[in-house]
Write a new protein. Sequence first.
Length: 229
Amino acid sequence: MRGALLAVLFPLVAEATDIRFAREGSLVKQADVAAIMAACTPVPVDVVDPNYGTSKRYVACPLADVLRFGFGTPPDALGSADVFIRAWDGYDKPASAARLAEDGAFLAFGDADLSHGGDLRWAPLGPRGIDPGPLYLVWTKPAQRDRRTYPWPWQIAEFEIVEFQKKYPHVMPTAVPRTAPAWQGFELFRGECIACHAMLRPRPGDCCVFCSYGSAKCPPRQHTGDGDG
């Protein structure tokens, strides 16, 4: 992240930043911010931003228009596909194509009150003064402000279309009902864990993170009779 370098407003040089659009690991298109803005129709949008904790106005395009430019198809035509949104720092947030097709999703290029023409600027975000550019996903409707159910990633570098079970084939529960605890754990992993940069480590005396944080000891401990069920 470039947050440590930002003590004042930092201008985003759009021409120097390329955004990738990929499908199951294969590059579909790569374009800089200027090309993306030329392909859609940027407009000022008013947003109550939960990350800034205040009302903001951004220069933005509907997300559906940007995804149509990048993939050649709108998100509402992608069916059950997942779209992974990746940031420069490795943040990797999946969202269903249906969620991203909702009205109210916009891709912001800069703060409308600070930007002038092609000189796109952002107010520093958070205590570390992060620059949200080059792209920041924002939502305009009140129900979409919940960051637990709607992704609000900044510093976006890539969009990738891939079925979640293909990307993480070993974490999808099988042969258990949807009400089973395994599915609850899967939804937690899908929604939170893969987008978290924290590194879990075993507690003293435990052999692994399953024993430290799981609802039961790991399978080897269970087989040796050391599990707690």
